[in-house]
Design a protein around this ligand. Structure first.
Ligand code: ADP
Ligand code: X2W
Length: 298
């Protein structure tokens, strides 16, 4: 579709103003965690896919790690399987694990791959089982309730944490101009599947790839205070205090923990941003002040 002269001038001006940002980020890796809650509607999904394609086109290496918690919840409900969370992690028995693998590796992964490809990108979908991309070990959750005489380990089933990331596979894909889209399922030493929180996978992939940025797209404007204000530029100590006093809870817990770990392990910055805003990823990259909550080492 041809642009009229005035619109073309505006587009040219906007593109030109993006040049310093493109120069700053070209050749750098950006890991984007696309949360299930941010996949709100078709327009938002399209704007996300277009952002990823544009990033790739200007020389940035986007790596997508997706969630799908609400989508898993929907199918479990349809199948009449009860589900509950401990510390933001879904308790995962064998039956639930089958559903998790179907929804994340099948439905959600392929939907995102198709979306990116329909906007002109070349995405390849993987779970952590493909080429042993994500090796996992069982996650131990410790209950430190003051009511207990001593801390107790809670068994939450087939839930894992990342033991290692096969960086070579991701490198091979990105060098071939492909965009990796990773579902957060890990493979244990015995070949078994592990359900891993997608934030944790995104954080570890960002660390292993020495990413410039880790962008966590979610369904809130950022990390919020008790007064509902978006907080940014927090120190690790301030974050820990917010966890202690319960301001940070539920799904925000793994998000904030993985962001802190990422910046302590070589990722330059981590950002928790609102995926319900169109072009959230580009807004983050193409503004000096960024959007949402910034977490950096200092
Ligand atoms: N301090 C906080 N600031 C913002 N959100 C918080 C906070 N504590 C808990 N949350 C919850 O964390 C949720 C985001 O996590 P989650 O639902 O797992 O999203 P996603 O699917 O994007 O990973 C928010 O919708 C909110 O309900
Ligand atoms: C162990 C665990 O909780 N796994 C998550 C995996 C999906 C996920 O993390 O999705 P969101 O990012 O959309 O929340 C789950 O079963 O819901």
């Amino acid at each position: 579709m041809a642009l009229d002269r005035e619109t073309a001038m505006q587009v040219a001006s906007v593109l030109s103003r993006g040049l310093p940002y493109i120069q700053r980020f070209t050749g750098k890796t950006v890991v984007i965690k696309y949360g299930g809650n941010a996949m709100e509607n078709e327009d938002l999904k399209s704007s996300f896919a277009r952002d990823v394609v544009l990033m790739k086109l200007v020389g940035i290496n986007p790596i997508v790690v997706h969630g799908g918690g609400p989508q898993i919840g929907e199918l479990l409900e349809r199948l009449n399987i009860q589900s509950r969370f401990v510390n933001g992690m879904r308790v995962t028995d064998a039956e639930t694990m089958d559903v998790v693998e179907m929804v994340l590796g099948g439905q959600v992964n392929k939907e995102i791959v198709s979306l990116i490809n329909s906007h002109g990108g070349m995405a390849v979908g993987l779970t952590g089982k493909d080429a042993n991309l994500i090796r996992a070990r069982k996650l131990e959750v410790v209950n430190r309730s003051p009511e207990l005489e001593r801390p107790e380990i809670i068994d939450i089933g087939h839930v894992g944490e990342v033991a290692s990331v096969n960086v070579d596979v991701i490198d091979m894909l990105t060098r071939s101009n492909l965009i990796p889209v990773i579902a957060p399922i890990g493979v244990g030493p015995d070949g078994a599947s592990y359900n891993i929180n997608a934030d944790l996978v995104a954080g570890k992939v960002a660390e292993a790839m020495k990413a410039e940025k880790l962008i966590l797209l979610t369904n809130v404007a950022g990390l919020k205070s008790k007064e509902d204000k978006v907080l940014t530029g927090l120190t690790a100590k301030q974050v820990n205090d917010l966890i202690e006093d319960g301001t940070i809870h539920g799904g925000m817990l793994p998000k904030i923990r993985c962001a802190l770990s990422a910046v302590e392990n070589g990722v330059r910055t981590a950002h928790i941003i609102d995926g319900r805003v169109a072009h959230a990823c580009l807004l983050e990259i193409f503004t000096d002040e960024g959007v949402g909550t910034l977490i950096s080492r200092n």
